[in-house]
Design a protein around this ligand. Structure first.
Ligand code: F6P
Length: 551
C-alpha cells in the first residue's frame, strides 16, 4: 500500500535499520529490571481510548523503542494510507476496491462521496430497514407459516458471514432477546445442519442466508438443504416468512427464491471479515435490538475517530500494531495467543484468527515483490483460565517466545459472588508471571524454605525456573457492552491495517483461499462421477478412489 517507493524493502528503511541496531543493544535486558528502574513505566507505557485501556508495559520496549517504531510507521506512510482508507480511495488494489467498513459506523449526519455519490444515506436506509424488520421479529409480529411467533434464528454463512455474527451474539448474550434462540450453521459437513434441524421447529424458524457473493458453496449447499427441509412441512408460498438474505448479489438471491424485499444489501467495498457492521450483522440486530446495535457501531466509530485524530505516540491501534511488529520482526515471536478473561468472549480468538490471518497472511507486497520480513504471526487461543490449565505451560517454559493478548472486563454481567475477583487475579497473575519469570536464586530460596535437601534442589532447579520476558498486552474495559465490543473489534481491525501498511501488503484481498476452492469443485465432480477422474498425484488419486468405493 506504500505509494512513494513501493519496491523499496522494509529492511532498507532508516527506521527499520535503527530498530535493528536498537534490538541488538537491548535484546538481553530483562523487562522486570525495566520496571525496577522506572516506577512510572506502567503510566508511560499504557494508553486509553474509546472505553478501552491498553497496558503494553510488559513487552520488552522502552521510550526509545516506541519512538523508533513510530518513526517506522511514519516512514512507511501509515498516516497517509489511513487517511486514504477513510476517504474511500481504492486501496484494495488487487481487487480495485475501496475499503470502507468504517463508513458503516458513521453517523447519519456525515457525508462520504464515493465515485461522486454520497454513500451514507444508503447505509442508513439499510440500517433503518433492518431496524424495522428486527423489531417485527422480536415483538412477535413476524410469524411463521402456522401463525406462531419466531423462536429460532438460523444464520447460514461461513467465514466473515459466520464468525462475526456468531462471535458478537455470543459476546453480547446478556443483551439478547429472551425468546429468540440464535443458531449458526457454517460447515458443509451435513452433521452441522443435521444436528440443528433435529432440534428446531420449521414453523417457528427464520433462516438468514448470509453471503456477500451468494455463491460460496458451503453456504449455498446448507441454504438449499434448509429450504428443502422447510418445504417438507410448508409450501413455496410460505418461504418468504422463513427465509431472508444478506448479500451484495440481488440477482442470485432472487434466483434462489428469496424476494427482493427480504434481502438486506451491502456493498463490494465491505470485506467479508470486516462485514459485521453491515447487513451481515442482521442476526446480531435481531438478538440485541437495533438500539444496542447502534451502540455497537458508536463504539467502533469512537475508535475510528481516535485512530484518525490521535498522534501515533498515543494512538491505541497504532501502538498495538507496533508492539506486534516489534515482537514479530525483532523479538521473532511467531504467534499471539488471544486470552480473553471473559467467557462471553470465547469466540473472539477465532474471530481474530480470520481478521488477522486472512488479512495479513501474505508473502508478497502490493507491487508483487517479495516481503523481506516475516508477516502475520499465528493467531490462536481460548478463554484464559482454560488455557492456563492446558497450553500455558508451553507459553511459560517452551522453547519459543510467544506473545499473549490478555483481554478482560472489570465488571461482570452476572451476580455470582467471588468469581470476578478470582478471574481478574488469574489474568493479572499470568501476565506478571510471563514478564517476571522466576530465576534460579528465587527458585532455590523457595525450595530451601521448604526444607528440601540440596541435591534435590539442584536437580529440580532447571525445571522450576521460568525464563520470563514473555511479551504480553493487557486490554481492559469497564464492562463488556455493545459499545466496548464495537471499540474492541475496531481496535484490532486498525491494528491489522497498520501492520499491513508497514509490511507493504494488501490486507484486503484473500487470493490464498481460491486454489483449494477450485480443486474441491473438480474433485466433487469426480466423486459424483460427473467428471472423469483427473490425473492428480498418487495420494490425491488414492484418497478419491477410497472415498468413491465407500460413497
Ligand atoms: O473463502 C474466504 C471468504 O471469501 C471470506 O473472505 C469470506 O468471509 C467467506 O469466504 C464467505 O464469503 P461469502 O460471504 O461471499 O459467502
Amino acid at each position: 500500500m506504500r505509494t512513494s517507493n513501493p519496491t523499496s524493502t522494509l529492511i532498507a528503511t532508516a527506521a527499520f535499520q535503527a530498530l535493528q541496531q536498537h534490538h541488538v543493544e537491548t535484546k538481553n535486558r530483562q523487562v522486570r529490571d525495566l520496571f525496577t528502574q522506572d516506577p512510572a513505566r506502567f503510566t508511560k507505557l499504557s494508553v486509553e481510548a474509546a472505553g478501552l485501556f491498553l497496558d503494553f508495559s510488559k513487552n520488552s520496549v522502552d521510550d526509545k523503542t516506541m519512538q523508533l517504531l513510530c518513526d517506522l510507521a511514519r516512514e512507511t506512510q501509515v498516516e497517509t494510507q489511513r487517511d486514504a482508507m477513510f476517504a474511500g480511495k481504492e486501496i484494495n488494489r488487487t481487487e480495485h476496491r475501496a475499503v470502507l467498513h468504517t463508513a458503516l459506523r458513521r453517523p447519519r449526519s456525515d457525508q462520504l462521496l464515493l465515485d461522486g455519490k454520497d454513500i451514507i444515506p444508503d447505509i442508513h436506509a439499510v440500517l433503518d430497514r433492518m431496524g424495522v424488520f428486527s423489531e417485527r421479529v422480536r415483538s412477535g409480529e413476524w410469524r411463521g407459516y402456522d401463525g406462531r411467533e419466531i423462536t429460532d434464528i438460523v444464520n447460514i454463512g461461513i467465514g466473515g458471514s459466520y464468525l462475526g455474527p456468531k462471535m458478537t451474539c455470543q459476546a453480547l448474550r446478556s443483551f439478547g432477546h429472551s425468546r429468540l434462540v440464535m443458531h449458526f450453521v457454517s460447515n458443509v459437513d451435513g452433521h452441522d445442519l443435521d444436528a440443528l434441524l433435529s432440534r428446531i421447529d420449521p414453523a417457528t424458524t427464520l433462516f438468514i442466508v448470509a453471503s456477500k457473493t451468494f455463491g460460496t458453496s458451503e453456504t449455498m449447499t446448507n441454504a438449499r438443504s434448509a429450504r428443502a427441509w422447510l418445504l417438507r412441512s410448508a409450501t413455496e408460498a410460505d418461504l418468504h416468512k422463513h427465509f431472508v438474505a444478506v448479500s451484495t448479489q440481488l440477482d442470485l438471491v432472487t434466483e434462489f427464491g428469496i424476494a427482493a424485499e427480504n434481502m438486506f444489501p451491502f456493498w463490494d467495498w465491505v470485506g467479508g471479515r470486516y462485514s459485521i457492521w453491515s447487513a451481515i450483522g442482521l442476526a446480531l440486530i435481531i438478538s440485541i435490538g437495533i438500539d444496542n446495535f447502534k451502540e455497537f457501531l458508536a463504539g467502533a466509530h469512537a475508535m475510528d475517530q481516535h485512530f484518525q485524530q490521535t498522534p501515533l505516540e498515543k494512538n491505541l491501534p497504532v501502538i498495538l500494531a507496533l508492539i506486534g511488529i516489534w515482537n514479530r520482526n525483532f523479538v521473532e515471536s511467531n504467534s499471539i495467543s488471544i486470552a480473553p478473561y471473559h467467557q462471553d468472549l470465547r469466540l473472539f480468538p477465532g474471530y481474530l484468527q480470520q481478521l488477522e490471518m486472512e488479512s495479513n497472511g501474505k508473502r508478497v507486497k502490493v507491487d508483487g515483490s517479495k516481503v523481506d520480513v516475516a508477516t502475520c504471526p499465528i493467531i490462536w487461543g481460548d478463554v484464559g483460565t482454560n488455557g492456563q490449565h492446558a497450553y500455558f505451560q508451553l507459553l511459560h517454559q517452551g522453547t519459543d517466545v510467544m506473545a499473549v493478548d490478555f483481554i478482560a472486563a472489570l465488571k461482570p454481567s452476572h451476580q455470582l459472588e467471588s468469581h470476578q475477583v478470582l478471574l481478574l487475579a488469574n489474568c493479572f497473575a499470568q501476565s506478571e508471571a510471563f514478564m517476571r519469570g522466576k530465576n534460579a536464586e528465587e527458585v532455590r530460596a523457595d525450595m530451601q524454605k521448604q526444607g528440601l535437601p540440596n541435591d534435590e534442589i539442584e536437580k529440580l532447579l532447571p525445571h522450576r525456573t521460568f525464563p520470563g520476558n514473555r511479551p504480553s498486552n493487557t486490554i481492559l474495559m469497564d464492562a463488556l457492552t455493545p459499545n466496548t465490543l464495537g471499540a474492541l473489534i475496531a481496535l484490532y481491525e486498525h491494528k491489522v491495517f497498520v501492520q499491513g501498511v508497514i509490511w507493504g501488503i494488501n490486507s484486503f484481498d484473500q487470493w490464498g483461499v481460491e486454489l483449494g476452492k477450485i480443486l474441491a469443485k473438480n474433485i466433487a465432480a469426480e466423486l459424483t462421477e460427473q467428471a472423469k477422474p483427473a490425473q492428480h498425484d498418487s495420494s490425491t488419486n488414492g484418497l478419491i478412489a477410497r472415498a468413491k468405493a465407500a460413497l
